[in-house]
Write a protein that binds this ligand. Structure first.
Ligand code: ADP
Length: 450
């Protein structure tokens, strides 16, 4: 809803064109002239024809020479002033079409128009109030004053700390109305100032995430690299002829190289998934088969750790829309984590069940439950952050990169699925993946990729 304009739109007044109208407007002057002419004829015995000719000449001048009456001049000046004070329809519809909060103020800093985004964002904003009632950032108001005096557009950014850290950018531009006279005065006094505000918080957050990620990734890679370099130098120097030490060092170097390889694989995997984050998979897969396949692939690790994987799946195939490789990665990361971090519980339960409820759309729930040490509650909300680990040392010993659950989250977002985690320290952890069930109509096109 656009705010009501305090002054209705004022149409441009055209100078009157008809000679009769002009004679009408000059009627009092003409009548007076006629009276004087009659008096002169009667009182001073003037000849009639020059007197009549004089009056007719005045009438002709009144009819054909264009001019502005004093009242029309006043009216036009008032209208011009009004147009300088209140934005016209053209400006309003343009401002309304902008997707971000927008203010139109005059050179004295009085708000003259705001679009609906500004009304929704800034409580109580209304035309006629000073701009500083709604926009309080000192740097913005200073920039506004500069634009008023210099007539040069400016772009500024600022941060607001309360209630949460928010980044803003404002573009402040002078507006000169055609015919308002401001240009003739040397473009030094804009008729209006347009203030367009944009919330940059989301962009900044993504930017910060990206730089944090690069910093973390390089830090994670630098540690094994430093260790590799150190061992190579030792092998070239002090341990040159020590065969026993060489054997030990080479096996550590192999471990470190493996860690680097896993990190690079996970980073590449994450960026590949991010690239197609907005494309929902179109192929149809059998989720039961995916779980069976993953559990088989992880059985050597399970027996190494002395853990039994118990599977509970429906007999019939569970068809879902999804990317097979990515869903294998989800099941693999969750089951592998349960084996690695929950090995003390000796059992990992993996299940797949249909969930039908009145509130939510029907879905299939993949559950991975272990009975190990569990995860303290305060860590649960951050588990899917990149490189977040409850205990860095345990993760490193278990060949973890800290990216497994971040990859799971990204894959699930692409599949419009959700991850839920429940855990009590000492009682193990339960990871639940809710995958949307296929609608009847989707099942008709059989594209089973498994
Ligand atoms: P990592 O490569 O370190 O395993 P993940 O992203 O897969 O990274 O997991 C992040 C962290 O979450 C792990 O380092 C671990 O501390 C914790 N975690 C994940 N799954 C479990 C689990 N089943 N039990 C206990 N802790 C877990």
């Amino acid at each position: 809803m656009s705010p009501p304009s305090p002054v209705e739109e004022i149409p441009e007044v055209q100078p009157s064109a008809s000679p009769l109208t002009r004679i009408g407007e000059a009627r009092w002057v003409l009548l007076t002239a006629l009276g004087v002419a009659i008096a002169a004829v009667v009182a001073y015995d003037l000849p009639v024809w020059p007197a009549v000719g004089g009056v007719l000449l005045m009438a002709a001048v009144a009819a054909f020479v264009p001019r502005r009456s004093a009242s029309r001049r006043v009216k036009l000046n008032t209208q011009r002033e009004m147009r300088r004070m209140w934005p016209g329809t053209g400006m309003k519809v343009t401002v309304d079409a902008l997707p971000t909060p927008c203010f139109v103020a005059d050179g004295r800093g009085i708000t003259r128009y705001v679009n609906s985004q500004a009304m929704a964002t800034y409580d109580g904003v209304k035309p006629g109030d000073p701009l500083s009632f709604s926009l309080r950032a000192p740097s913005l108001l200073e920039a506004f004053d500069r634009v008023c005096t210099t007539g040069e557009a400016e772009r500024i950014t600022w941060i607001e700390k309360v209630p949460t850290e928010t980044w803003y950018e404002a573009h402040i531009a002078p507006i000169y109305m055609p015919g308002s006279g401001s240009q003739e005065r040397g473009r030094d006094l804009p008729d209006f100032i347009l203030v367009v505000i944009q919330d940059l918080t989301e962009n900044k957050r993504l930017e910060r995430m990206r730089t944090d990620f690069v910093a973390n990734a390089s830090h994670e890679l630098r540690t094994p690299l430093a260790s590799l370099t150190g061992f190579i130098e030792t092998l070239q120097g002090p341990a040159k002829n020590d065969l026993e030490a060489q054997d030990r060092f080479l096996s550590i170097m192999l471990d470190q190289a493996g860690r680097m390889r896993r990190l690079i694989d996970d980073i590449l995997s994450l960026s590949r998934i991010e690239l197609k984050a907005h494309v929902r998979p179109a192929t149809i897969v059998d989720m039961g088969e995916i779980i069976r396949h993953t559990a088989d692939a992880l059985s050597p690790l399970a027996s190494d750790l002395g853990v039994e994987i118990r599977i509970n799946l429906p007999d019939a195939p569970v068809r879902l829309k999804g990317d097979r490789d990515e869903l294998i990665q989800v099941a693999e990361n969750l089951i592998e984590n349960a084996l690695k971090y929950g090995s003390s519980g000796k059992v990992v339960d993996v299940g797949l069940m249909e969930q039908v409820s009145d509130q939510d759309a029907p879905c299939w729930v993949l559950s991975v439950r272990d009975y190990g040490e569990g995860i303290p509650r305060e860590h649960l909300p951050r588990l899917t952050e990149r490189f977040y680990r409850v205990d860095v040392e345990t993760s490193r010993t278990m060949k973890g990169t800290g990216l497994g659950l971040a990859i799971v989250k990204h894959i699930l977002t692409r599949h419009r699925a959700r991850l839920e985690v429940e855990s009590e320290p000492g009682e193990g952890a339960l990871f639940r993946v809710k995958l949307p069930a296929m609608e009847e109509s989707e099942g008709v096109v059989d594209k089973l990729s498994a």
